[in-house]
Design a protein around this ligand. Structure first.
Ligand SMILES: *Cc1c(COP(=O)(O)O)cnc(C)c1O
Length: 486
């Protein structure tokens, strides 16, 4: 038996490379990542390929390992190359972010030490670090010290945690769901409506509040709807506002919405996954007002703080509500709360064992300081406004409303022919071109292109490239549709 154990040990030791091998691996991985970063300006923001990374499947897992350089070759060809390049400053579609280098190093540290960040008792420092990040965000929002929150994988799970909390805080039992009413706009992110279903609220009554001309929630219409529902004997319990919608970047009038929520004792949740960090700049604070009056909020550090994907924050003003919906046992919560009021992430979300997400946020914020984050965010606001101004110089270009934040809509309206068809073709040409990546949307049947400016790598020259690319692509569509060039 001892011989068997020793033989197994000899093979298992393959999992623990020695110092020299570690250095070689590290150097190979760093060289690979450096090559990527050094060419990031020239790499396409979007690359259409035939193979779509299928080469990975040609190299299935096997008993014998392969060399690091072979592995990196597979990554370079099949993962780094095809499709969207979200690390590029030219990523101006959906909602970008970029991916800070210091977050990658933070992840490296977190993964090497593998601290257990779920519970305070085994790893007080790791939990304090995460809670410190949450408390900082809570103070940005203007929440009092009663607030608590947690870092999850992204905005979708963070919204879910808040919706579940709202449901429980308002005492919505299964038998009451059908007469319970939730208010939101058609512009709310789809993960919120998905969260209703997961949270057992799929049969609740959903009221889509009309939008104003800026795609913001019409607060007066909300008040009328709630009053009518009350008069009908229904139970309005939740309103979901957005501080920066994904599609149009619109910021709902949270302060006015809060008046209605307060008057009817409703939970006010704000999805600020995209827009929340614009609170770091004065220009943003002029637009995003009244967040302190909400009951819960979601902010995505992997958007507005430029972290790599994998971090979204759920924060609840009355933090014990979040714990009441998510803690494991009442006795256990008692313990967790004993430690100087430091809550454990495991009591604040469905997760137990989890990635130590605090480190990837704390390290860049501490080492860079806040100033460059504020500057990068304000730069994005002005770049978006400048882009829109420049678009207005292009004949037949129609622009959407003045942007609240850093998303703007536009479309080309050809003198003859179907505008939707033209803009669909334009989007296709933009994707084939790939210098920068833009995405499109449809609002009330009208096809628009969007610009979403949020990567820390996007600067003036990126927007200039984008404008040039749009001009080129408009020309190509005209040629394709046999329109007279002009
Ligand atoms: C991105 C986004 C979400 C979803 O967040 P993920 O991090 O992608 O899960 C939710 N709401 C808004 C407003 C968003 O922009």
């Amino acid at each position: 038996m001892l011989n068997k154990i020793k033989a197994l040990e000899a093979i298992a030791l393959g999992l623990e490379p020695d110092q020299e091998t570690r250095a070689t691996f590290r150097e190979q991985v760093v060289r690979h990542s450096e090559k990527f970063l050094e060419t990031i300006e020239e790499l396409p923001a979007y690359l259409m390929t035939e193979d779509q990374g299928v080469g990975l499947l040609a190299a299935p897992l096997s008993e014998e390992g392969i060399s690091m350089s072979e592995a990196l070759e597979l990554v370079a060809h099949n993962v780094d190359r095809p499709g969207l390049n979200p690390a590029s400053g030219g990523h101006l579609g959906y909602i970008p972010g970029g991916g800070l280098y210091l977050s990658a190093l933070g992840d490296y540290l977190a993964d090497i030490t593998n601290r257990y960040s779920g519970i305070f008792f085994p790893n007080p420092g790791a939990v304090r670090m995460e809670n410190m990040m949450v408390n900082w965000m809570a103070s940005l929002v203007g929440y009092p010290e009663t607030a608590a929150g947690t870092l999850l994988s992204g905005g979708s799970l963070a919204n879910l945690a808040c919706i579940v909390t709202a449901r429980d805080a308002k005492g919505i039992k299964a038998r009451e769901v059908e007469r319970s009413v939730i208010y939101l706009t058609s512009q709310v992110h789809h993960c919120v409506t998905k969260a209703f279903r997961i949270a057992g609220l799929g049969e609740a009554i959903i009221r889509y509040v009309p939008l104003d001309a800026h795609y913001r929630m019409d607060a007066e219409a909300l008040a009328d709807l709630v009053e009518a529902d009350r008069a009908d004997g229904l139970n309005p319990f939740l309103v979901v506002a957005s501080a920066g919608t994904t599609d149009t970047g619109a910021v709902d009038p949270v302060d006015l919405i809060a008046d209605t929520a307060a008057a009817h004792d409703m939970w006010l949740h704000v999805d600020a996954a995209y827009g929340g960090f614009f609170l770091l700049v004065e220009e943003g604070r002029k637009i995003i007002r009244g967040l302190d009056r909400s009951d819960s909020i979601v902010m995505d550090p992997h958007k507005g703080l430029f972290l790599p994907y994998g971090t979204g924050a759920a924060i609840v003003k009355d933090g014990k509500r979040l714990a009441e919906s998510h803690h494991y046992t009442a006795n256990y919560l008692q313990d967790a709360l004993k430690y100087d009021g430091e809550m454990s992430p495991a009591d604040l979300s469905p997760e137990l064992t989890r990635h130590f997400r605090g480190m990837r946020m704390w390290l860049p914020l501490k080492v860079h300081g806040l100033a460059p984050f504020r500057a990068a965010l304000e730069e994005k606001l002005w770049l978006t406004r400048w882009f829109r101004q420049q678009l207005m110089e292009i004949p037949n270009m129609e622009v959407g409303p003045e942007p609240d934040l850093s998303v703007t809509l536009y479309r080309y309206v050809p003198p003859q022919g179907d505008a939707n068809h033209f803009n669909e073709r334009l989007t296709q040409h933009v994707h084939e071109d790939g210098r920068v990546f833009l995405s499109s949307t449809k609002i009330d049947g009208v096809f628009y292109l969007r610009l979403a400016c949020l990567s820390f790598r996007t600067h003036l020259h990126t927007i200039e490239n984008c404008l040039q690319m749009l001009r080129d692509c408009i020309g190509r569509v005209k040629e394709e549709l046999n329109m007279v060039s002009g």
